[in-house]
Design a protein around this ligand. Structure first.
Ligand code: GLN
Length: 452
């Protein structure tokens, strides 16, 4: 009840939710109370969550923040959200995002931008972005509208908004959470994960979300460990790598300082700090912005106005495709589709897409080599704290540069988490990123809980 009231009070300003399911949430909360009264609680009984509006929810509108799916009501539940419901969670509504999860500031939503609940010290007027694409989830958790939220991360969309909003968020190993029923952006990169105020809350939510699903061919059939037990685990002897290539030119001094503090905290906790090298890091962004648009152009071809979603009727089929896409897709989505079809086209495939796949393998091998020396890596999550709405908006490349520290782990498929690590000089939250070996989310959670 208190959470629903908080949403009703604050969502008008924050715009964190596209759809609020207050009545269903209150009914579910009453049922949860009855279950609790009988002493039969499941792991998440009665816990109010926000669900990124990219997860299909049975009977509840699912838009991907796009005009294309403005009135789409799925007749099925995604595996991840079904797992959360099985464990007793209560959904407060569907959270805002960049259209089809493409963006880093949550300004690309057809339902309007999301406001970061944080303000710069002494500056109550400037509206800051929450990061993206899971900006609605991050803002809802940071403002205590819900206790946790789901996100998806293709190149940083859980970690970067978590960092900008001062909360924790983990992108698990690719294959850990089922992609079934989650609207696809770039299928070889997309991974669902939790966002919450503490590392332990993330562990509890991930426990429920994760697991093998035969309906997703890339879901991996391996046991899900006890994530909660990993939080607060003794770190004595853990080897933590500091990748030299992440000390990029022009990084603000306060980000460096936060990183140094994180190193000191882990050293104090008994970790051994080791300098490592990931030489192909510098190609991460360029490769990501070939692979992700290529896969997006293929995935978004299904929004043709014929089978589901928006349809703008026209005299011929070709004209109907054109009119539907013109009405349905925003500017960033169109840009990505055009980049994607270009790098996949017959004359350019070898020069761009094929080359990017090869470099992606080199990036993956960088991590394999580093993880022969160390157990986890520690880096900043993003090269800056949250910026103002309106900044970096007329130059897409400036926006893409935000993702410099998050895309390499996505390209390699390894787990990575952002954890709050203090405030900037302007009073804004800064996040540090912990990257781990494939399927070793436990070490990531353990190291993160020593930092928060
Ligand atoms: N900011 C990146 C992009 O725009 C990552 C988005 C994501 O992880 N979904 O593609």
């Amino acid at each position: 009840g208190a959470h629903v009231a908080a949403i009703e009070r604050l969502n008008g300003r924050l715009n964190a939710f596209i759809t609020v399911t207050a009545d269903q949430a209150m009914d579910a909360a009453r049922r949860a109370d009855a279950v609790l009264a009988k002493g039969e609680a499941a792991p998440l009984t009665g816990i109010p969550l926000g669900i990124k509006d990219l997860f299909c929810t049975d009977g509840v509108r699912t838009t991907a923040a796009s005009r294309m799916l403005e009135n789409f009501v799925p007749p099925y539940e995604s595996t991840v959200t079904a797992n959360l419901l099985r464990d007793g969670a209560v959904f407060a509504g569907k959270t805002n995002l960049d259209e089809f999860a493409m963006g880093s500031a949550n300004i690309n939503s057809a339902f309007g931008a999301v406001e970061n609940p944080w303000k710069r010290a002494g500056d109550a007027d400037t509206v800051l972005v929450p990061g993206g694409s899971s900006g609605g989830s991050a803002a809802a958790v940071a403002a205590s509208l819900v206790m946790g939220a789901t996100g998806t991360d293709t190149g940083g969309s859980i970690r970067q908004p978590a960092s900008y909003c001062g909360i924790a968020g983990i992108k698990p190993t690719y294959g850990r959470c089922s992609r079934w029923g989650t609207i696809a952006f770039a299928s070889s990169l997309d991974q669902a994960g939790p966002m919450a105020r503490t590392v332990e809350d993330c562990a509890i939510l991930l426990q429920s979300m994760a697991g093998f699903d035969p309906r997703d061919s890339t879901s991996v059939d391996c046991p899900v460990p006890d994530y909660r037990a990993a939080c607060g685990r003794d770190l004595k002897g853990m080897k933590v790598g500091i990748p030299a290539e992440y000390r990029v030119a022009g990084m603000p001094a306060e980000i460096e300082a936060a990183w140094d503090k994180g190193i000191a905290w882990l050293r104090d906790a008994g970790c051994e700090i080791v300098e490592v090298s990931l030489p192909y890091t510098k190609y991460g962004l360029a490769t990501y912005y070939i692979v992700a648009p290529a896969e997006c152009s293929s995935n978004l071809a299904r929004y043709d106005g014929v089978r589901f979603g928006r349809r703008v009727p026209a005299p011929s089929l070709d004209e109907q495709y054109e009119a539907t896409r013109r009405a349905g897709f925003g500017a960033e989505v169109r840009r990505r589709i055009m980049m994607g079809t270009y790098v996949l086209s017959a004359g350019y495939y070898d020069a761009y897409y094929l080359r990017a796949q090869k470099v992606r393998n080199l990036i993956r091998r960088d991590f394999e080599r580093a993880f022969q020396q160390v157990d986890v890596l520690l880096t900043p999550t993003a090269p800056s704290p949250a910026f103002a709405q309106g900044e970096k908006m007329d130059d897409p490349v400036q926006m893409y540069l935000n993702d410099v520290f998050t895309v390499p782990a996505s390209m390699a498929g390894v787990p990575a988490m952002s954890v709050p690590a203090g405030l900037s000089a302007s009073g804004l939250p800064l996040g540090l990123q912990i990257i781990g070996r494939s399927f070793d989310e436990e070490s990531v959670l353990a190291a993160a809980s020593a930092i928060e």
